[in-house]
Design a protein around this ligand. Structure first.
Ligand SMILES: [Zn+2]
Ligand SMILES: [Zn+2]
Length: 313
């Protein structure tokens, strides 16, 4: 529902930005569907925000007019054991953009100055927005996958299509898994350097070192374990997933592992924003005007999108 509100005022340490573009992430679907606990309600979703600094709160030294990005991690306490051990992604008292703080499906947004990312003047806001979650989470997932050379990617959407390009740049081999029969998605994956693409129920031509799961489907966990070589890792990048069906221990044995990625640290974000231009990542996007946000969410839900949807106010 579109609503007129007064422009928000930045508090101490905060900025207000004028939104230039905001990516649509699968997590936004989980937020609007009520699948995540304790959201701020009503909530403005959106956590892949590209915008211009418009107003500064007390104590902020950013330049008015500078282009910045705002991502999922909006605030941390800085004092809990996780923050103090370099794991602020697991903070005990965090805020998340577009979930527990209003996000970027809007003309303006508030952000903590310490949590925004400087972006180049010549950046294309629409092309850049998906990097801020799909890219960051994809990058953290790939790091957790270790240094294996053969990488399976389950769910070839916003995150998959970005991280496949990073894998290729690193000299890794990419195997893409889509919904069974999604020949368009498989062709899209091949066009971005996947050497093999097939349905998630299919076996790749050889066992893989790691599998990244970007689809919210728990049944993929045993399927992915079954295509890994010994010591292989399954990393789930999503915040929500349907239940994982029980599976024989033999699939996990031989030191295969299953892990999840939760949120991201600012260090992940800064690191990835350095990697993306080196890897010459090109995002595939479908822009929607802001008042078509529900249409964009529907298209994401039904899998009609290639790459990422991005809202433009
Ligand atoms: Zn996201
Ligand atoms: Zn903390």
């Amino acid at each position: 529902m579109m609503q007129e509100r007064p422009d928000p005022l930045p508090g101490p340490g905060q900025i207000r930005l004028r939104v230039e573009a905001c990516g649509v992430c699968r997590t936004d679907l989980h937020v609007v569907d009520g699948e995540l606990p304790n959201p701020k309600l009503p909530i403005v979703p959106g956590h892949e925000i590209v915008g211009r600094v418009e107003a500064l709160g007390d104590g902020v030294s950013l330049k008015v007019g500078a282009r910045v990005g705002v991502a999922w991690l909006a605030h941390t306490d800085g004092t809990c054991p996780y923050c103090r051990s370099g794991r602020e992604n697991l903070c005990d008292a965090p805020l998340f953009t577009g979930y527990t703080r209003d996000g970027g499906y809007a003309t303006h947004a508030i952000a903590d100055a310490d949590f925004v990312y400087s972006l180049p003047e010549d950046a294309d806001p629409v092309a850049t927005a998906p990097l801020l979650c799909a890219g960051f989470i994809g990058w953290r997932s790939l790091k957790l996958a270790g240094d294996g050379r053969t990488i399976g990617i389950y769910g070839f959407g916003a995150a998959g299509h970005i991280i496949a390009q990073v894998c290729r740049w690193q000299g890794r081999r990419v195997f893409a898994f889509t919904k069974a029969g999604d020949s368009a998605g498989q062709a899209f994956a091949r066009s971005l350097g996947a050497e093999w693409a097939g349905g998630s129920d299919e076996k790749p031509p050889e066992p893989l070192d790691a599998a990244l799961l970007f689809a919210p489907v728990g049944a993929l966990v045993p399927l992915a374990l079954a295509v890994l070589r010994k010591g292989g890792r399954v990393v789930s990048g999503g915040i929500h997933m349907s239940d994982i069906p029980s599976f024989p221990y033999a699939l996990l044995w031989e030191e295969r592992s299953v892990s999840s990625v939760a949120n991201l640290t600012r260090a992940d974000g800064h690191e990835f924003l350095g990697v993306a231009p080196q890897a010459k990542v090109r995002t595939t996007t479908t822009p929607y005007p802001l008042d078509k946000a529900n249409e964009a969410l529907d298209d994401l839900r039904s899998g009609r999108l290639e790459g990422a949807a991005v809202l433009v106010p």
